[in-house]
Design a protein around this ligand. Structure first.
Ligand code: MSP
Length: 661
C-alpha cells in the first residue's frame, strides 16, 4: 500500500497578530493535500509552525513590557488551538525558538561561513535613527525616511553576507530545466524576469541593531537574519544539522512548499541558493498561491466582515469554512472574501446540493424500503449516464489534486452531485412508488443514489473531515472497504443490508439577510468602515496644503468627521523618562483590558511620579509613530500656551477605556 513519501509544508506563521481567515487558507490547502496523499497510501510528513524571531516581535513585546518569548508563547498557543479547531493534521509543529532549531541554524551558518559562502563585510545604507531602520537610496521618499518622513544618515554597519550572487546562474538553469519547480507558471516568469536575470546581489544575513534572534555562534553580537532562520525550518524540523537526521533522510527533498505569492521570492531564490551552498537537494516544488482579499482593503484591517476563523468555524461549522476557502477561488489566483459570498456558497452548494441529496435519499429509502438499502440493480433509463459521470469523477479529482487545483477538483465533485440530484428528478421515485409493479425499478434507483453518494462522500474526505462521517452515519455505511479511497473506482461496493438512519440536516440553510445583520453587529468598532477609513495613512505629508477631503471649505468639520476620533479615558500605570530626550516621557496607559505605550512630550511639565495614577484622555485610533525609536500608540491631550502645558483630564472617576465624546 505504501506509495512512497510525501513531504508538504506551510510557511511558518509570525506570531505577532491574531491569525485571520486568510492565514488559514495556506494551512487548509496543505492539510487537504496531506489527507489526500494519506488516503492514497503515501507516507506523509506535513509540517507547519511559527516564525518567532525578529525586530518586529521584539518591539511588540517591549511595547507591552514583556520578554519576546513570553509575548509569543501565548500567541503560539492560540495558533495551535486554531489548527486543532480546524482539524489540521500536521505531523510536526516547529517553533523557531525551539533549541534544536536554533542549534541547527547556528550549524548551518557556521558551515556556510567556514566554506566561504558567508563572509563579513559592511552593510551600507541610509539609516533612520528614530525608526532604527536601514533603507536603500531608492526606498527613500524625497530623500527622507519612507516610514516617518524624517532625515536619514548614510551609515555603515558590520554584517555577514551570503554569496547569493554566486548561485544566480545555477538558479536560472534550475528553474528553466524544471518547469514544475515554481508554480503557477506566471510566478516563474516573475522570478526570472524581475529578480534573477537582472542580477542578484549578495544578501546581508546578520543584524546587530537588535538581539531577538539566533546569535551567530562565533560572533554573538550578531543575530542571524530572520529569513535564513525561518527558511531553515523546513529541514531542521526533520533533524537536519542534529544528531538524528533520519526523518531528513526519509522525507527530504520536500514535494511541495505551499506559500503565499508575496514570499515566493524568498522560497525560490534565497532558499534554493542556501540548499545549493549546503550541497543538499532542492525542494521539488514551490507553489505560490494568491491572496484572499477584502473588498477595498487588507484582511488585517477588515472592513465590515468577520474574518476571525474561530468565530466563523463556530458559527458555520468547520467543513463549510474549509469548503469555501478551497472552492471559491482557483488556487494561485487572488479572490475576494466576504461573509455574503460565504453564506451564499453554504446555501447553494452545501445545503441545497449536497445536503438535500443526502436527506432526500435517506428519507426515500426509509419510506419506500423501511430503511434498508435494496440490492436490486436494473439498469433502467438514465442509469448509464449517472454511473458514467460519477465513475469519471475520482480520476479527474486525483489529476486535479495532484496539481493542487482544489477548486476545480471540488467543481468536478459537485458536477457529479448535481448529476445525482438530476437523476432523482428524472426517475421520479415518488411516481414509481405508486405502483407495485415498479418495485424493482424503484429499488434500482435507490441503490444507484446510495452508491453515488457513497463514492462522492469518499472524494470529499480530504477537503471536509466531518461531513463524510455524518453521511456514512446516515447512510448506514460501516464497512471500511466501502469507505476506502480506492473503492471509489468500483461501482457497486455499497455494503449489503446497510440500514439508513434519518438524522439531522447536514448543512442547514442560512437566512442571508438576518445573518449579515448579525455579523455586522459583531464587527468590532475599530473594524467598522468609518474607523478603518480614519486609519488610512497620509504620511503627514499633505496636511499643510489646503483642506483635506473631509474638511469643509470654511474649516468646519461635521459631526461625522469628529466621530472618526476614538477618544478614550486612560489610566497611567507606568511612567519613565526617555534616555537622551529631555522632553519625552514613556507612559504605559491602561484602556480597559488593553495597555498602550505612549511617548509624550510633557516631561518639562510633569515628572514620571506625578503622572502615575492620572486619568488622561487618549486619542486611541491614531496611527502609531516611533519617537526616538520607541513606538507611541496614541496621543494624550493637553492644553498649552507658550509658557505652560496642562493635561486634559476628567472631572470624576470613571473606568479606564470609557469613551470620550
Ligand atoms: N513568517 C513568514 C513565512 C516564513 S516561511 C519560512 C510569513 N508569515 S505570515 O504569518 O505573514 O504569513 C503566513 C502565510 O499566510 C503566507 O503564506 C501568507 O501568504 C499567508 N496569508 C496571509 N494573509 C493572507 C491572505 N489574506 N490570503 C491568503 N494568504 C495569506 O510570511
Amino acid at each position: 500500500m505504501n506509495k512512497g513519501t510525501f513531504y508538504i509544508t506551510t510557511p511558518i506563521y509570525y506570531p505577532s497578530d491574531k491569525l485571520h481567515i486568510g492565514h488559514s487558507y495556506t494551512t487548509v490547502a496543505a492539510d487537504t493535500m496531506a489527507r489526500y496523499k494519506r488516503l492514497k497510501g503515501f507516507d506523509v510528513m506535513f509540517l507547519t509552525g511559527t516564525d518567532e524571531h525578529g525586530q518586529k516581535i521584539q518591539r511588540k513585546a517591549e511595547a507591552i513590557g514583556v520578554s519576546p518569548k513570553k509575548y509569543v508563547d501565548d500567541i503560539v498557543e492560540g495558533i495551535r488551538e486554531l489548527w486543532n479547531l480546524m482539524k489540521i493534521t500536521n505531523d510536526r509543529f516547529i517553533r523557531t525558538t525551539d533549541t534544536y532549531h536554533e542549534e541547527a541554524v547556528q550549524n548551518i551558518f557556521k558551515k556556510l561561513y567556514d566554506q566561504g559562502d558567508i563572509y563579513k563585510s559592511e552593510y551600507e545604507g541610509w539609516y533612520c535613527t528614530p525608526c532604527e531602520s536601514f533603507w536603500t537610496k531608492t526606498q527613500l521618499v524625497e530623500g527622507k525616511c519612507p516610514d516617518c518622513a524624517r532625515e536619514v544618515e548614510l551609515t555603515k554597519e558590520e554584517s555577514y553576507f551570503f554569496k547569493l550572487s554566486k548561485y544566480q546562474d545555477r538558479l536560472i538553469k534550475h528553474i528553466e530545466e524544471n518547469p514544475d519547480f515554481i508554480q503557477p507558471v506566471s510566478r516563474q516568469n516573475e522570478m526570472l524576469n524581475n529578480f534573477l536575470r537582472p542580477g542578484l546581489e549578495d544578501l546581508c544575513v546578520s543584524r546587530t541593531t537588535f538581539n531577538w534572534g539566533i546569535p551567530v555562534s562565533f560572533d554573538n553580537k550578531h543575530v542571524v537574519y530572520v529569513w535564513i532562520d525561518a527558511l531553515s525550518n523546513y529541514i531542521t524540523a526533520l533533524g537536519y544539522g542534529s544528531n538524528d537526521d533520519s526523518a531528513y533522510k526519509n522525507y527530504w527533498p520536500a514535494d511541495v512548499h505551499l506559500v503565499g505569492k508575496e514570499i515566493v521570492r524568498f522560497h525560490t531564490i534565497i532558499w534554493p541558493a542556501m540548499l545549493m551552498a549546503l550541497g543538499e537537494p532542492l525542494p521539488k516544488q514551490v507553489f505560490g498561491h494568491g491572496w484572499l482579499l477584502l473588498e477595498g482593503g487588507k484582511m488585517s484591517k477588515s472592513k465590515g466582515n468577520v474574518v476571525d476563523p474561530v468565530i466563523l468555524v463556530n458559527k458555520y461549522g468547520l467543513d463549510a469554512i474549509r469548503y469555501f476557502l478551497l472552492r471559491e477561488v482557483p488556487f494561485g489566483s487572488d479572490g475576494v472574501f466576504s461573509n455574503e459570498a460565504l453564506i451564499n456558497r453554504i446555501n447553494s452548494d452545501l445545503a441545497n446540493d449536497l445536503g438535500n441529496l443526502v436527506s432526500r435519499t435517506v428519507a426515500m429509502i426509509d419510506k419506500y424500503f423501511d430503511g434498508t438499502i435494496p440490492e436490486e440493480r436494473d439498469g433502467g433509463d438514465f442509469d448509464e449516464d449517472l454511473v458514467r459521470i460519477v465513475m469519471e469523477t475520482p480520476k479527474k479529482v486525483e489529476d486535479l489534486l495532484d496539481k493542487l487545483q482544489f477548486s476545480s477538483a471540488l467543481t468536478e465533485i459537485w458536477k457529479a452531485v448535481a448529476r445525482t440530484n438530476k437523476y432523482i428528478d428524472e426517475t421520479m421515485p415518488w411516481a414509481l412508488a405508486k405502483d407495485e409493479s415498479n418495485r424493482k425499478r424503484l429499488a434500482g434507483v435507490m441503490f444507484n443514489l446510495a452508491e453515488s453518494i457513497r463514492i462522492l462522500s469518499i472524494l470529499i474526505q480530504p477537503f471536509m473531515p466531518e461531513t463524510p462521517l455524518k453521511i456514512w452515519e446516515q447512510m448506514g455505511i460501516q464497512d471500511a472497504g466501502a469507505m476506502d479511497w480506492e473503492s471509489t473506482k468500483e461501482w457497486g461496493k455499497y455494503p449489503r443490508d446497510s440500514k439508513v438512519n434519518k438524522g439531522e440536516v447536514i448543512f442547514p440553510r442560512i437566512d442571508l439577510k438576518k445573518e449579515l445583520e448579525e455579523l455586522e453587529k459583531m464587527v468590532k468598532p475599530e473594524e467598522s468602515p468609518a474607523n478603518a477609513k480614519a486609519e488610512e495613512p497620509n504620511h503627514g505629508k499633505d496636511s499643510q496644503k489646503g483642506p483635506k477631503k473631509s474638511e469643509t471649505v470654511d474649516g468646519l468639520i461635521t459631526i461625522d468627521d469628529f466621530a472618526k476620533l476614538d477618544l478614550r479615558v486612560g489610566k497611567v500605570i507606568e511612567a519613565e523618562k526617555v534616555e537622551g530626550a529631555d522632553k519625552l516621557l514613556k507612559l504605559k496607559v491602561q484602556l480597559g483590558e488593553e495597555v498602550r505605550q505612549v511617548v509624550s512630550g510633557i516631561h518639562k511639565y510633569y515628572t514620571p511620579d506625578e503622572m502615575i495614577g492620572k486619568n488622561v484622555i487618549l486619542v486611541a485610533n491614531l496611527k502609531p509613530v516611533k519617537l526616538r525609536g520607541i513606538e507611541s500608540q496614541g496621543m494624550i491631550l493637553a492644553a498649552s500656551n507658550e509658557q505652560n502645558l496642562v493635561l486634559a483630564t476628567i472631572d470624576k472617576e470613571i473606568e479606564s477605556g470609557a469613551q470620550v465624546k
